[in-house]
Design a protein around this ligand. Structure first.
Ligand SMILES: NC(=O)c1ccc[n+]([C@@H]2O[C@H](COP(=O)([O-])OP(=O)(O)OC[C@H]3O[C@@H](n4cnc5c(N)ncnc54)[C@H](O)[C@@H]3O)[C@@H](O)[C@H]2O)c1
Length: 245
């Protein structure tokens, strides 16, 4: 059966590249983002997806995620793969970080991962012979501290905690892993979110370049495919050598 795949944050960046990568394999895709990701849906159809359902969903909103779950259930009756890419970042010194900003980052990155992961796992049929895959996008910052990014760093440490706990809870029937990218050239790294000074710091890594969304999408396809069968509870690190946990 053609895989049924839910991708969040599909409007741009890593999520959009992931949609196109799975589309190229002929997957059936539900694509979610704050605004319905019509452009990614159209590109995915052209790239060969068997079926594409674009949806609007704020992943931090429990009712919206429940509606997304119900949509998947009524369209397909279940789910084989989740790639949860939706996320936000905020750079500020701690003493200039309002608690509302902390709450916002935790709500989208950590609560959103909990809600979407819980909904997706509830739609999956555990099967040790052909296990469904849950893939959350964490960050290389899940393994280290970073000055001026503490809410984001804390949220991504939390995402790894979810992955490790769910991996144990649902083994061997469902495989749960994280991808922990280093600096990837998307709007998240752009001037609106991160200072030029921090972008320059991000390049001071062994491979001395930003990664591309396509390089992260390839890791998601690997984890969802036959090569990913012996991985669970892991954080895979396409990061240019930024951290070596
Ligand atoms: N770009 C990087 O350097 C980098 C590095 C490590 C990890 N990541 C992680 O990868 C993931 C994707 O990041 P990206 O670089 O593609 O960023 P991006 O900003 O280009 O895309 C993020 C997408 O998430 C969506 N989104 C934001 N809040 C949402 C919400 N509440 N509900 C639904 N969708 C929402 C946005 O609309 C956007 O389409 C994020 O979890 C991010 O933390 C990115």
């Amino acid at each position: 059966m053609t895989s049924r795949i839910l991708i969040t944050g599909a409007g741009r960046g890593i999520g959009a590249a992931t949609a196109l990568a799975f589309a190229g394999q002929g997957g059936r895709l539900i694509l979610a983002d704050l605004d319905t990701p019509e452009a990614t849906a159209e590109a995915s159809r052209k790239a060969g997806a068997a079926e594409v359902l674009p949806m609007s969903c704020d992943v931090s909103d429990a009712a919206a995620v429940a509606a997304l779950r119900d949509e998947v259930q009524s369209a397909w009756g279940g789910l084989d793969v989740l790639v949860h890419c939706a996320g936000i970042i905020h750079e500020a010194p701690l003493l200039e970080t309002p608690v509302a900003e902390f709450d916002r980052v935790i709500a989208v990155n950590l609560r959103g991962s909990f809600l979407v992961g819980q909904a997706a796992i509830g739609l999956m049929t555990p099967d040790a012979a052909n296990p469904p895959r849950v893939i959350l996008i964490a960050s290389d910052m899940a393994y280290c501290g970073r000055e001026t990014f503490s809410p984001y760093v804390a949220s991504k440490h939390g995402v790894l905690g979810l992955v490790r706990s769910w991996a144990k809870e649902f083994a061997p029937g469902i495989l749960v892993n994280a991808i922990c990218p280093g600096p990837i050239d998307t709007e998240m790294l752009g001037a609106d979110n991160m200072s030029a000074e921090w972008r320059a710091k991000e390049l001071a890594i062994p491979l001395a370049r930003f990664g591309t969304p396509v390089e992260i999408a390839a890791v998601a396809c690997f984890l969802a495919g036959d090569g990913g069968r012996y991985f669970t509870g892991q954080g895979l690190g396409p990061n240019g050598g930024s951290v070596m946990p």
